[in-house]
Design a protein around this ligand. Structure first.
Ligand code: HAS
Length: 566
């Protein structure tokens, strides 16, 4: 089905920036082939279809590290930077600082390659959380630091460009998409400071053998100080697409500009002071501070609830403008399989999946309920319905959009492309349902189950988890096959001949309610609130850790535990 409306607006771009953005889209997509294959491998290990330590030379924990690091850290960071370049260039109309963009790309690429080599050779099987005492080769940590510094360079290079735009447009509101990109990178900057401290002060000296042991509770708290805002660093670019592109794709307007600005500002303030909700079960942190983080976590869900109602209203507005009527009849007028407005499916399916990812997030946030599901298969179910749902679909949709528009190429296999998000949704929902059921039944989260719980020959064999495992496996295989189809479309598009001059093309949404709200006109008070909240949330937990006495931990690797202990 083709669209009657032309939803995209166009801006020409300097060839240098085009090359940088295209590299930042294509390079991680090549790595994603490996990341997705490692996902299939996880499913096969968990199902007991592979019943050994390793498969084709890949150890279970090595595969899990590659899966998490490539899909959740490398792919997302490259996309966020490429998307940031594109949005700042598109909405300010100003050329970017190409030298800085180039350095950012070089640092991120060198960092990724440095971190990838130890992961591929099995000397960094520490999972994406790299919790000590799991120890990686120093190159892994140094690579991560370079990746992060590269992304900072891009962020700081956008600020003077925006300031120049502001000087030339003193009475114009900051475009919502630009605010969203800045919110993304403010959250990222805040998040990456504690993890930089963890890596540089604790992990690198320890992995080089300069310090014999590491303070595990301190490292874990620093990690989650990073780890929770990290998830909003993933979510925010998707929210930029939802607020500024989705309504236009439905033929309507964004219901409320206020809702978008509020969401971005609130997420800056509340995404970081909540990391301890990942540590409810850990010693050394008092219940008082666990409760404070639980309370703040409930507050971080508010903007997503606002987003749910705002986007539903915006889609209804678009569908009714296209002739939709009745209480539910308007749904029929949404561009479900429109080959021109194909991005709609990617964004809508992400929203649908996020309903369940969001509800289960609120369950996790509840101090007592989390004790039932913590470290069980429930967790990967939750985060596949968040990061592999709205985030991943928006990012692979966004990657395809940037590739085809900047590359001046028609999308290959257009009719197949519109089905990708629906197939992915089926896969995610079946997979996660299996893992939710297994999690409630106590199925562990990170274990080579083929060696133990799924193996009838093992004394640990758990037949009661079979239904959950079968659903998880079927869903995982559907997801894998869907991504194979997506890769055919993406790389098929890449290899096509140019049919037009490349340019940035985005659907640009106009706004239904565009009232000015004083509290949302400036970022400054929100940044001050953010700092205050961080001081309130983290000062005492760090004091508590400093007062407690711990044995430092020596190095350990799940791949070769004995060798490292020696
Ligand atoms: Fe989470 C663990 C709490 C959101 C990712 N989370 C994780 C982990 C990851 C992750 C990766 O409190 C595991 C980390 C690890 O390795 O250990 N999470 C929350 C809460 C939210 C939340 C309260 N998480 C996310 C997002 C993620 C993400 C977003 C990635 C992008 N999460 C937790 C907690 C833990 C946790 C605990 C630790 C648990 C433990 O024990 O370890 C909230 O932000 C969620 C708010 C969202 C909503 C949903 C709004 C719905 C929308 C869709 C509307 C649909 C429409 C379409 C309009 C309230 C916007 C209509 C269509 C129709 C058909 C009707």
């Amino acid at each position: 089905m083709k669209s009657a409306v032309q939803p995209y607006s166009r801006t020409d771009v300097e060839p240098g920036l085009t090359k940088i953005i295209l590299f930042e889209i294509v390079f991680p997509m090549i790595l994603l082939i490996l990341g997705i294959t490692m996902g299939l491998l996880q499913v096969l290990f968990r199902a007991g279809i592979i019943r050994s330590q390793s498969f084709l030379g890949i150890n279970y924990y090595q595969g899990l590290t590659l899966h998490g690091a490539i899909n959740a850290i490398v792919f997302t960071t490259f996309f966020a930077v490429a998307f940031g370049h594109a949005i700042i260039r598109f909405y300010t109309g100003k050329p970017l600082l190409l030298g800085a963009a180039c350095w950012s790309l070089i640092l991120m690429t060198v960092g990724t390659v440095m971190a990838a080599i130890p992961m591929l050779t099995g000397s960094a099987s520490v999972l994406y959380t790299f919790y000590p005492p799991l120890k990686a080769h120093p190159a892994f940590y140094i690579g991560l630091v370079l990746l992060v510094i590269g992304s900072w360079v891009a962020f700081f290079s956008w600020i003077p460009v925006f300031q120049q735009w502001k000087r030339e447009n003193p009475n114009t509101k900051m475009p919502l998409a630009v605010l969203g990109v800045f919110a993304t990178f403010i959250v990222w900057f805040i998040a990456t400071i504690p993890v930089a401290i963890e890596i540089i002060a604790l992990l690198i000296p320890w992995s080089l053998g300069w310090t014999p042991t590491v303070n595990v509770p301190l490292a874990r708290m620093l990690f989650w100080f990073f780890g929770h805002p990290l998830v909003y660093f993933w979510l925010l670019p998707a929210y930029v697409m939802y607020y500024t592109m989705l309504p236009k794709l439905t033929g309507g307007k964004l219901y409320s500009d206020f809702a978008g600005r509020f969401t971005f500002m609130w997420l800056i303030a509340f995404s970081a002071p909540i990391g301890i909700h990942h540590q409810y079960t850990e010693p050394g942190i008092s219940t008082t501070w666990k409760f404070v983080h639980a309370f703040f976590t409930m507050l971080v869900a508010i903007p997503s609830l606002v987003t749910a109602f705002t986007l539903a209203a915006s889609m209804e507005h678009g569908a009714r403008k296209s002739g939709g009527t009745g209480l539910f009849g308007w749904w029929k007028k949404l561009p479900w399989l429109d080959t021109d407005r194909w991005l709609f499916g990617y964004l809508f399916c992400g929203l649908f999946i996020f309903i369940f990812g969001g509800i289960t997030g609120i369950i996790n946030a509840s101090y007592s309920l989390d004790n039932v599901v913590h470290n069980t298969a429930w967790m990967p179910a939750h985060f596949h319905q968040t990061v592999a749902g709205p985030v991943f679909l928006a990012f692979i949709g966004g990657s395809l959009l940037l590739l085809s528009t900047l590359g001046g190429k028609e999308i290959a296999l257009k009719r197949l492309n519109v089905w990708i998000p629906y197939l992915w949704t089926i896969g995610i929902m079946v997979f996660s349902t299996g893992l939710f059921i297994g999690g409630i039944a106590g199925e562990p989260r990170r274990t080579n189950m083929g060696l133990s719980y799924t193996n009838p020959a093992s004394p640990l064999y758990q037949p009661s988890w079979n239904v959950a495992r079968v659903a998880g496996t079927i869903g995982g295989v559907i997801m894998f096959l869907t991504m194979l189809l997506y890769f055919v479309i993406f790389f098929g598009t890449l290899l096509r001949k140019k049919t037009s001059e490349g340019a940035l093309e985005f659907p640009v949404t106009t706004v239904y309610h565009d009232e000015d709200v004083v509290a949302l006109q400036s970022l400054r008070p929100w940044l001050v609130a953010t700092v205050i909240l961080l001081i309130v949330a983290y000062t005492m937990p760090f004091v508590e850790l400093a007062k407690a006495r711990y044995e430092g931990a020596p190095r350990y690797s799940p791949a070769s535990p004995v060798a490292l202990r020696k």
